[in-house]
Design a protein around this ligand. Structure first.
Ligand SMILES: CC(C)(COP(=O)(O)OP(=O)(O)OC[C@H]1O[C@@H](n2cnc3c(N)ncnc32)[C@H](O)[C@@H]1OP(=O)(O)O)[C@@H](O)C(=O)NCCC(=O)NCCS
Length: 384
């Protein structure tokens, strides 16, 4: 007889399953809107800064001046990271993927924070703030280590400025800061994606915030999640010129290949984040001698929309972000850690929200194996 554990519908990849309630963010795939706590991202991009958006996601409202000052003090951006951690990041980056270095860095910090034995809300909040405050220095350290460069310490208490200054070893221009501010705001949160879900699963066991973020980083590392912008840029560089776009894209589509940076599980219209980034990609590419790359992208977009727009396939955020980061001077290896630099706010906000009404995540799988009972044979009686 079948037990109840062998019955049930499978929602592969949990597609369409609603597993939690949230007030943090809403991805409106039909109307092409991304909303953080009721605010359109376009409005936040125009008027806000990254720390304020992070506060909004975590605490549910825009901060007052006093709230904001307290939040900045709690992030303690000035502190940066220790020399020890820089050296570990440096060693890890030489041997492995930059996301492995990021994962190790978060885990290392957790190992030295006595709060990580606690699971009460106050401790989780403190850990979240301290992880987020260390991210600009950690990601900058990974960026420098990739290029074999030494440590730079910036005393800036601005999230974006500190990251850029420690990455490049010079004061960033106002335009560079603006572009990075926008990129971080639009990547801050995006529904219950794989890395956010991973952080929520971990925190739901009443583990600590370092462990939750380590899980999230591990999950963002995969090319199906964090790596599409790198692949999209690679493809544009291979296409090389707008005049090759039609031919190359048609051939790829004939071979049933996926064009990186197009299509989305939720958006069936133009991704609002791609619309915002495209404007900056154009300005930056023109300023930094990458105009041909942008023109190629625009031509690829034209070809793709004419061929697949009717199926709801449009550019997603990853299509233009690679051009933006490359034009800012970043190597493609650092694109996914930059994604994490923004998404740490969403991971923290959503794990923290979930903890307020926690229930352990525990789906089941449908057993398709032998039910038995089979007769156990000692090892020397089994057939070779
Ligand atoms: C993101 C993605 C996984 C969404 O997939 P999805 O919701 O399952 O979309 P579907 O597979 O239902 O797409 C519908 C149709 O469009 C096609 N399609 C979707 N994205 C495509 C792409 N990037 N290039 C070419 N064709 C694409 C599908 O092959 C399918 O064709 P069919 O009707 O002939 O079977 C998919 O669009 C993709 O792989 N994109 C490229 C990777 C990428 O940019 N990822 C970053 C996302 S932010």
């Amino acid at each position: 007889m079948m037990s109840s554990n062998q019955q049930g519908e499978i929602a592969k990849g949990l597609e369409g399953v609603v597993a939690a309630e949230t007030k943090i963010g809403f991805v409106d795939g039909i109307n092409g809107r991304l909303v953080y706590r009721g605010y359109n991202i376009e409005d936040l991009v125009e008027k806000s800064n990254f720390e304020e958006v992070a506060y909004l996601l975590i605490y549910g409202k825009l901060p007052t001046l006093t709230d904001f000052k307290q939040f900045k003090d709690n992030l303690n951006l000035k502190a940066g990271i220790s020399e020890d951690l820089f050296s570990i990041i440096s060693k890890t980056t030489q041997k492995s993927h930059p996301m492995s270095a990021l994962r190790t860095a978060v885990s290392y910090q957790g190992a030295f924070d006595p709060l990580s034995s606690n699971s009460d809300l106050k401790s989780q909040e403190k850990m979240g703030l301290s992880i987020m405050g260390s991210f600009p220095s950690i990601v900058a350290a990974i960026n420098r280590s990739i290029k074999g460069e030494g440590r730079v310490v910036s005393k800036s208490t601005d999230y974006v400025e500190k990251f850029l200054e420690e990455s490049f070893g010079r004061k960033p221009s106002d335009f560079e800061k603006e572009v990075m501010r926008v990129a971080l705001i639009i990547h801050a949160d995006h529904g219950m994606n794989a890395s956010t879900f991973a952080s929520m699963v971990t925190i739901s066991t009443l583990s600590d915030m370092y462990s939750a973020v380590t899980s999230a980083v591990s999950s963002l590392k995969g090319p199906l999640h964090g790596g599409a912008n790198e692949k999209s840029l690679e493809m544009l560089e291979k296409i090389g010129s707008p005049k090759n776009a039609e031919k190359v894209i048609s051939e790829m589509l004939e071979k049933k290949e996926k064009i990186m940076g197009f299509g989305h599980r939720v958006y069936k219209v133009y991704d609002p984040r791609a619309k915002i980034l495209k404007v900056y990609a154009k300005q930056l590419a023109e300023k930094t001698g990458h105009k041909d790359l942008f023109d190629t992208a625009e031509e690829v977009e034209k070809v793709m929309v004419s061929k697949l727009g009717s199926k709801g396939i449009f550019p997603n955020v990853d299509f233009y972000s690679g051009i933006v980061y490359k034009s800012l001077g970043f190597d493609s290896k650092i694109f996914t850690p930059i994604f994490a630099l923004a998404r740490i706010s969403g991971w923290f906000a959503r794990s923290f929200e979930y903890l307020h009404d926690n229930r352990l995540f525990r789906p089941r799988s449908l057993y398709k194996g032998e039910v038995g009972p089979l007769k156990y044979l000692p090892i020397n009686e089994r057939k070779q």
